[in-house]
Design a binder for this molecule. Structure first.
Ligand code: SAM
Ligand code: SF4
Length: 386
């Protein structure tokens, strides 16, 4: 045994798609917030949670509830409270659940954080992105570095677990540039950080600029050196990566909700454009909901839940997902457990080659990515699963 919990972690993800400003790099399912409380969407999401409760075999009470987006910090504390109450009524909560909220630094006051905490939120993840005002302008953010610092303080004052997201690998960013921003990030003294390399997706404003040759992404060599720098500096600061982009001071500080995904747990996904992995009639299904808020609300009025697409996942499908998620974790994944759960075995020739080339390590049935493989994680996973 590798000490991993044998129970299936179970989470609920609520997607709140509204943002006051749409960032030019963002490829999430987002819509501009033009005022109002969007109570129609809130009530639809509540119905969707209830609809899931009536249809699925939940593996137990919830270990985590995550309000993500978009910008769920635009919800009022009363709306947040209604969502938490519904989740608890429908699925129940395990001991010490993680109840988290993604927040934009804009207008995140101590009072607001305290009100969210009173509503039941115990973790706030703040989209700081950078502590350099020039980077923030480039990223199209609606807050300054000082406002982001104040937002982090506000969350800490409210005594909730606090995490900050940063984006690096900006076009033209040198190791020295990133080093300064990274040091400023670590000076915040938080127990959890997410450091994401900028991805530029077609269809986003940045994607359009890249297609026109006006925005040149970092090349592979630069990307690898920025990644290595992140690993070194965070290790020195006692914030080792427990996942490719996520760093925690202690195991208790890790994001339990993201671990549900990375450890191939079950989760219900509600809200426009949310995905889920749920068990129905003893079989694992992938679910998705309508992207547009209006279509999502219409689906719920018609059928009593938001799922518009569901597909049965075979053992191989499940194994591929488990591999591509699990390998992103420092601790790796248990191939023996994967085989007993799904019947899947890896191509032994590929595995042997990647181990011999020092990209992977296999010991005691646990498959892990070695240092050399981290900067190439996506390519490695692809090589293994195709
Ligand atoms: C779904 S967003 C929600 C956070 C919140 N709306 C905000 O922006 O402050 C979660 C995080 O994803 C990251 N992110 C979004 N788009 C990204 C991209 N194209 N490349 C890298 N990171 C990205 C950002 O760090 C962001 O804070
Ligand atoms: S990064 Fe955050 S605030 Fe910006 S558009 Fe995406 S979800 Fe909205």
């Amino acid at each position: 045994m590798n000490g991993k919990a044998a129970i299936t972690p179970f989470g609920l993800y609520v997607h709140w798609p509204y943002c006051t400003r749409l960032c030019p790099y963002c490829d999430f399912n987002i819509y501009r917030h033009r005022g109002g409380n969007h109570d129609d969407l809130l009530h639809a999401i509540i119905k969707d949670i209830e609809g899931h409760g009536a249809r699925i075999n939940a593996p137990g009470p919830l270990h985590s509830l995550s309000l993500g987006g978009g910008t769920p910090s635009l919800l009022t504390p009363a709306q947040v409270s209604a969502l938490i109450e519904t989740a608890g009524r429908v699925f129940g909560f395990a001991d010490d659940p993680e109840i988290s909220l993604e927040a934009n630094p804009d207008a995140l006051s101590t009072q607001k954080c305290t009100d969210f905490a009173k509503a039941g939120i115990n973790r706030i993840s703040i989209g700081v992105q950078s502590l350099d005002d020039r980077n923030l302008r480039f990223l199209g953010r609606d807050h300054s570095a000082d406002e982001a610092r104040r937002a982090v303080d506000a969350a800490l004052q409210a005594h909730v677990r606090t995490s900050a997201d940063f984006i690096y690998e900006l076009p033209g960013q040198t190791p020295d540039d990133w080093s300064r921003d990274l040091d400023a990030a670590l000076t915040l003294g938080l127990d959890h950080y997410s450091f994401y390399a900028l991805t530029i997706a077609p269809g986003t404003a940045f994607g359009v600029q890249r297609a026109k040759g006006r925005l040149i992404p970092a090349d592979e060599e630069r990307a690898a050196s920025l990644f290595e720098l992140t690993q070194e500096r965070t290790k020195q600061a006692d914030l080792p990566a427990y996942e490719v982009s996520n760093h925690a001071r202690t195991p208790a500080a890790q994001s339990r909700h993201n671990l549900v995904y990375w450890q191939n747990g079950d989760w219900v996904g509600v809200g426009p454009g949310a995905h889920g992995r749920i068990n129905m009639n003893g079989q694992r299904h992938a679910t998705s909901t309508a992207l547009r808020p209006d279509d999502y609300c219409t689906a719920i009025r018609k059928t009593g839940w938001g799922v518009i697409e569901q597909s049965l996942l075979s053992g191989d499908d499940t194994a591929m997902e488990a591999l591509s998620m699990g390998l992103r974790l420092r601790g790796g994944l248990d191939l023996g457990q994967l085989n007993s759960q799904t019947g899947f075995t890896l191509d032994q020739d590929k595995l042997r080659t990647l181990i011999a080339d020092d990209y992977l390590h296999l010991g005691n049935q646990i498959l892990r990515v070695r240092q050399k493989g981290w900067a190439l994680i996506d390519a490695l996973v692809l090589e293994l699963v195709t």
